[in-house]
Each structure stands twice: as structure tokens, then as C-alpha cells.
Design a protein around this ligand. Structure first.
Ligand code: NAP
Length: 322
């Protein structure tokens, strides 16, 4: 099974269903990526911060070597970490990330979070994380504005190192500001998106401006329970939710598939992560059957405007969404 393609505002095509690499352990990552390619995934969503780009690249290299896919069949995404926002850091770190993957271009390179924190050299600590010190106690901001960082993103795009560029975790206000200075509009916006965080107005703004939205953490609290977050542990899991269960039973699908189909039918791309081949295959089968409009509305009505992936929820003292 493969994914349908979405056309980005620069004409490039992006798979609507991809594979997320956050929390894929280093010791299994190459195998997981290889298995995901075998299962039909063509988009991989990586990041410096996930600390597994070398291993993800090994999985890709094995699949190419064995003739399963060619480089041009794949859509590899990576992200600019917060400590590399200073314009002079963007190209060097992008080139390091490409070298880690064993690639000479990314299909999409995105600004991971709209905040610039102090540079930590890759020789000192990699991935650098949120804190400036090894002990993980002190956050220091950097002076780079998002405008300066975006100009550096446009420069790596112009050099062909990133075929498309985009942003992640941007709010409507930040997007509106970006539109005033961008020579290259972002091709995609990647945001947390699940029935507890529906964000219809942000989706509308992106759509009106030709930006494809990728939803992450489609299963809501699930991924954050794994991360031991209290907020996630104290809320009803979407996998066991009455509404999602009822709809899943009606369609003969799993609750995970209903959550992903709700997102893809709203026009989003999705990037679920699973280390199980069975669940990987299941997560790819989320575009060729339909929920009714009433079911989509019913799922959307579970909205609580509840965001899990805010730095403050992880004990990181940056009020990014406050
Ligand atoms: N831009 C950002 O700031 C940002 C933030 C977070 C995530 N992301 C991206 O989005 C991707 C996905 O989000 P996420 O990592 O939060 O995870 P997710 O895909 O929402 O959830 C992953 C969790 O769901 C389980 N799972 C997956 N498929 C399942 C299925 N069919 N049935 C039951 N359980 C299932 C996985 O366990 P198993 O592995 O055991 O199946 C894992 O516990 C990330 O990997 C990353 O690439 C981006």
C-alpha cells in the first residue's frame, strides 16, 4: 500500500501519509525505516532533535541498495533545531544533517519551533536539546529573529539543499508575520493536531495561503503517555474513547485508523510513528475509505484546545504557546 500525493505550493508532490521518527530508538531505527519502506511508506519525518538521523539514513541506504526504492521515490523531511537559528548556522547544520542521512538534499526542511536558543556546537553536544548546559537546567535565548532565520532557510532552498521549506509549531500570528517578509512562502506547516486540539481557524488560514498542513501526534495523549507526561496520563485516551470506538466498529477499522482518517479527510498530511510492522501497515490504510461528514463533525466536537507538546509541559521554561 502507498499513500496518495498532495501537491505543494511550489509544485512538488508530498505523500499524504508518512512515517514519524520521534522516539524511534537508535538501536532499531535503521530496521524500522527499512521495514516502513517495505510496508509502502515513502515520507520520513526526521529532525536533529530526534537523535537518530544517522540510523534513519542507514535504513534508507539499505532499501535503496536492495532496489526497493530510488532516492527520488522518497520524500525526506528534516528540521532546523532551535539552537541553529542564527543565519550563519543554518547551512552548516543542514549540511551536517544531510551527511548524517547520507543524502545530498532534503525534500522538505522546516523550522522546528519558533524560538531561537543559544548555539551549542555539535562537537559539544548533539543533539543539543533545549538547555545550554549539560545538566539541563538553564535556557538561554539567542538574538536571531524568525525573519532572519527564514531568510537563511530561503538561501538553502535556493541552493537546492532543501527542495521545499516550511515551518512547525507556528501560530496564526507568526504565519501572518511570516507572509509579510517571506520571498518563498512555506510549503507546509507542521502542527500538533488531534481531536483534543482541532484548530479549525489555523487550518483555514493555512489553506487560504496555499500551505499544506501536516498533523503530528494524531493519537493525542498516546505519544506523551510514552513520555511520562502527567497531563497526558490524566486525560481519557483517544484509543479507548466511546465516540472513536463506535465509529471504528461501524467501519470495521481500528481507532488509530479512524483518528488518522479524520485528519486526512480534513485535508491534512499525517506522520504516525510505529515500530510494529502490523501497526505501520494499518496506519497507511487511512485514505481509501471515508467517514461521513457527521462523523467528522462528531470527532471534531471532542475539541478541548488541549496541547500536549508545549515546552512548559515538559518542564522547559519557555512559554511558547502561552
Ligand atoms: N514538529 C514537532 O514539533 C513534532 C512534535 C511531535 C511529533 N512530531 C512528528 O510526528 C510524528 C508522530 O507523532 P508522535 O511521535 O507524537 O506519535 P504518534 O504517531 O501520535 O503516536 C505514537 C504512539 O502511538 C502508538 N501507535 C502507533 N500506531 C498505532 C496503532 N495503529 N495502534 C495503536 N497504537 C499505535 C505507538 O506505539 P508503537 O510504536 O508501539 O506502535 C506510539 O506509542 C513524530 O514521530 C514526529 O516525526 C513532530
Amino acid at each position: 500500500m502507498t499513500s496518495p500525493l498532495l501537491t505543494l505550493n511550489n509544485g512538488h508532490k508530498m505523500p499524504q501519509v508518512g512515517f514519524g521518527l520521534w522516539k524511534v530508538d537508535n538501536n532499531v531505527c535503521a530496521e524500522v525505516v527499512y521495514n516502513a519502506i517495505k510496508a509502502g511508506y515513502r515520507l520520513f519525518d526526521g529532525a536533529c532533535d530526534y537523535g537518530n538521523e544517522v540510523e534513519a539514513g542507514q535504513g534508507v541506504a539499505r532499501a535503496i541498495k536492495e532496489g526497493l526504492v530510488k532516492r527520488e521515490d522518497l520524500f525526506i523531511v528534516s528540521k532546523l533545531w532551535n539552537s541553529f537559528h542564527e543565519p550563519e548556522q543554518v547551512e552548516p547544520i543542514l549540511r551536517k544533517q544531510l551527511a548524517d542521512w547520507g543524502l545530498d538534499y532534503f525534500d522538505l526542511y522546516i523550522v522546528h519551533f519558533p524560538v531561537a536558543i543559544k548555539y551549542v556546537s555539535p562537537e559539544t553536544r548533539y543533539p543539543p536539546g533545549w538547555f545550554v548546559d549539560d545538566a539541563g537546567t538553564k535556557v538561554e535565548y539567542a538574538k536571531a529573529s524568525l525573519q532572519d532565520t527564514w531568510k537563511a532557510m530561503e538561501a538553502v532552498h535556493a541552493k537546492g539543499l532543501a527542495k521545499s521549506i516550511g515551518v512547525s509549531n507556528y501560530t496564526g500570528a507568526l504565519l501572518l508575520d511570516l507572509f509579510t517578509y517571506a520571498s518563498v512562502k512555506p510549503a507546509t506547516l507542521q502542527i500538533e493536531h488531534h481531536p483534543y486540539l482541532v484548530q479549525p481557524k489555523l487550518l483555514e488560514l493555512a489553506k487560504d495561503n496555499g500551505i499544506v498542513v501536516t498533523g503530528y501526534s494524531s493519537f493525542g495523549p498516546q505519544s506523551f503517555v510514552d513520555g511520562d507526561m502527567d497531563l497526558a496520563k490524566n486525560i481519557s485516551p483517544l484509543f479507548d474513547h466511546d465516540v472513536i470506538n463506535r465509529i471504528a466498529n461501524k467501519h470495521g477499522k481500528t481507532t488509530a485508523q479512524v483518528l488518522l482518517r479524520w485528519a486526512t479527510q480534513r485535508g491534512l498530511a499525517v506522520i504516525p510513528k510505529s515500530t510494529s510492522v502490523k501497526r505501520m501497515e494499518q496506519n497507511l490504510d487511512v485514505t481509501a475509505w471515508d467517514l461521513s461528514e457527521e462523523e467528522i463533525q462528531e470527532i471534531s466536537s471532542l475539541d478541548q484546545n488541549l496541547r500536549f507538546n508545549a515546552p512548559l509541559n515538559w518542564g522547559i521554561p519557555i512559554p511558547l504557546f502561552s
